[in-house]
Design a protein around this ligand. Structure first.
Ligand code: ATP
Length: 322
């Protein structure tokens, strides 16, 4: 295998462009410790990469620019507004890789967003991971996968998983990963809300509910073992029964209609359903692909979601396309 991460000049298109894509994730287990003295929450999570992808195209240019396209290019205000300046995580990814490689951070970047922003699906992290992979090839920086993983961890705690893909147990802030075996593809329906939720706001609500005694303190982290065992060998209903998310109650507290959306998913035949990450996306598990198609049709008809998507996972992490 080549010591560099992903192909070389062969992946540069005739027009000079390089294209990479990276997947959304669902946390099939998310246990959150109390707020630490460093201002962060320690996590024990199981990530599953699912078949909803953002695509990042990079072209040679004399400076750095970002353009957004696609269904979820972003709202005009609120947490689902996606910036196109240095506040965009892709901008920071470009600067970080350029600094690492000693090259100018020059590229015209287009992000085609199929992953809604501020939805608990790690769309920004997917874009950062795809940008690292694409720019590595555009600039000929020959970073190893290990180099890119190190840069990814500096960009955000979900970015290393967006690079890796598959299924992985995450600890620390979610950035220390070990792969988990999944013997079969799992079929899901994502119920995507009309407006995003801010991740810091959901963590803040968790802290508030715990301080008020409305939720257990989190001192003892809920074990991921049942989910890991179900992923390895279980029928879908065993995984459905094992799904866990400490951020679900705070997300519902901020967005009470999520409770009804989860009930609708179960009533429509999902074998399990949970809020993905910090929400507000609802991830509903089906028995198989046909079941997911039927569930998607039913959930679309409830009117509780802006849109629904039938997806499967695990899928690969960030990689070049074409
Ligand atoms: P996570 O599940 O990792 O907590 P999320 O999926 O809920 O995150 P993101 O879509 O990653 O959230 O976006 C979170 C915030 O980051 C948004 O409010 C947005 O303003 C900002 N942001 C910066 N760059 C991007 C990007 N490329 N795509 C989406 N959001 C971005």
């Amino acid at each position: 295998m080549s010591p560099t991460s992903h192909g070389g000049p062969g992946r540069i298109r005739g027009d000079g462009a390089v294209v990479a894509r990276a997947p959304a994730k669902v946390n099939v287990h998310l246990a959150v410790a109390p707020l630490g003295p460093d201002g962060y929450h320690e996590l024990r999570t199981v990530f599953l990469a699912v078949s909803l992808f953002d695509t990042v195209t990079v072209r040679p240019a004399g400076d750095l620019s970002i353009e957004l396209t696609g269904e979820f290019a972003g709202g005009r205000s609120g947490p689902d507004r996606v910036p196109t300046d240095r506040r965009n995580i892709v901008w920071r990814a470009a600067e970080l890789l350029a600094e690492h490689a000693g090259v100018p951070a020059h590229a015209a970047v287009t992000i085609d967003k199929s992953i809604p922003a501020a939805a608990g699906l790690a769309g920004g992290s997917a874009d950062a991971a795809a940008a690292l992979v694409a720019l590595d090839t555009l600039w000929g920086t020959h970073a190893t996968r290990g180099d890119l993983a190190g840069l990814a961890a500096q960009l955000g705690s979900d970015v290393p998983f967006s690079l890796l893909g598959g299924v992985a147990l995450g600890s620390g802030r979610g950035d220390r990963l070990s792969p988990v075996l999944a013997r079969r593809p799992w079929h899901w329906v994502l119920g995507i809300a009309g407006a995003g939720l801010s991740t810091p706001a959901v963590y803040g609500e968790l802290d508030r509910l715990r301080a008020a005694g409305d939720l257990p303190s989190g001192e003892e982290l809920v074990s991921p073992d049942p989910v890991v065992a179900a992923l390895r060998s279980g029928p879908a209903d065993a995984l459905g029964a094992a799904l866990w998310n400490d951020l679900q109650d705070p997300a519902i507290s901020l967005r009470p209609d999520l409770r009804r959306a989860l009930e609708e998913a179960t009533a429509a035949g999902a074998v399990g359903a949970l809020v993905s990450g910090s929400g507000p996306t609802v991830a509903a598990l089906a028995d198989d692909e046909a079941g997911a198609e039927a569930l998607a049709a039913q959930l679309a008809a409830t009117g509780s979601f802006r849109t629904v998507r039938a997806v499967h996972g695990p899928v690969h992490g960030a990689r070049l396309v074409g």
